[in-house]
Design a protein around this ligand. Structure first.
Ligand SMILES: [Zn+2]
Length: 304
């Protein structure tokens, strides 16, 4: 399928001026080869208003049912403008900024909308990192004065993996983790990194026995005198992440919501070389119809 997306805000405004045009766009993203019944998997349906009635099992489905747009009181035109704001700005947008720019009546609506979009920023079934990967942990919160201790209670811990791409950085993975126990870090590595890759870590005990999972492991035991060369890629990522959290979001993030922000940062970072901002809009819209709905309640209590 050719990738069809608006290039400019004006194009977006013209093309998605009502909910019907938004629904038509979502339809081609969700069912590029024509309607497929989510209940029975068959094709063929009768359309009544905006419901598709399966010819086989008779179930009625809307294009937004079972997606992040489900049960939203906001019109799709607002959702589309929010997706545009999030993807067209280099650093994204805060909930307060979104509330202002879209003229939303409530901060809670803007906040919830952004969090729902962040859930859609993780592509279901995405591939793991491959090749040479640097792995380390970072702390977030409290006093950002560059503490490098391993024991912390009030700070949030983030596991970071960065793929080497020549001298530069390829893709990244970030995860909010509860502790630096071996099982926790190994689970992160298993979920994030393809077996057979070379994992470069520091000498933390928890990284021992990675070989059991089919990873080659390389340990840098001591930081070299010039600290910039100490796992340089993960540390570059960590510093960009902190700058983004402090800048766009002013640091005001509760630990239980950190994972959603990490997902947005990863989405943005891994597409940073994308030639067109419209293409990011396209990806987000595409993933939004593939990700199951979340409610305000599950976001608040941070459930997957
Ligand atoms: Zn059916």
């Amino acid at each position: 399928m050719t990738e069809d997306y608006p290039r400019t805000l004006l194009e977006l405004e013209r093309r998605f001026s009502d909910d019907a045009s938004c629904r038509a766009y979502l339809f081609t993203l969700r069912w590029p080869k024509g309607f497929v019944c989510p209940a029975c998997g068959r094709q063929g349906a009768a359309i009544r208003r905006h419901l598709w009635r399966c010819e086989n099992c008779r179930r009625e489905t809307s294009v937004t049912a079972g997606t992040i747009f489900q049960d939203s009181k906001l019109p799709l035109t607002i959702w589309f403008r929010a997706m545009w704001q999030v993807t067209s700005r280099k650093n994204g947008i805060s909930a307060l900024g979104l509330q202002r720019v879209l003229g939303l009546g409530s901060y809670k609506n803007a906040w919830t909308l952004l969090h729902k979009l962040r859930r859609a920023m993780v592509r279901p079934g995405r591939g793991r990192l491959q090749g040479v990967i640097e792995v380390d942990e970072a702390y977030w919160g409290g006093d950002e004065s560059g503490v490098r201790g391993r024991q912390t209670i009030t700070k949030a811990l983030i596991a970071v993996a960065a793929e080497a791409d020549g001298e530069g950085i390829g893709r990244i993975r970030l995860q909010y983790i509860p502790d630096t126990h071996r099982a926790t870090l190994q689970r992160f590595i298993q979920q994030s990194i393809e077996p057979g890759s070379k994992v470069i870590t520091d000498g933390l005990q928890a990284y021992r026995e990675l070989e059991g999972y089919g990873h080659d492991r390389q340990i840098q035991k001591q930081p070299p005198p010039d600290a910039e060369h100490w796992l340089p890629r993960v540390h570059r990522v960590i510093s960009l992440l902190k700058r983004w959290l402090m800048g766009t979001h002013q640091g005001g993030i509760a630990h239980e919501h950190l994972e959603d922000y990490l997902n947005e940062f990863t989405f943005r970072f891994n597409r940073r070389t994308s030639a067109s901002r419209g293409k990011l809009f396209y990806r987000l819209a595409q993933q939004s119809v593939r990700v199951s709905p979340v409610t305000f309640k599950t976001i608040i209590h941070h459930k997957a």
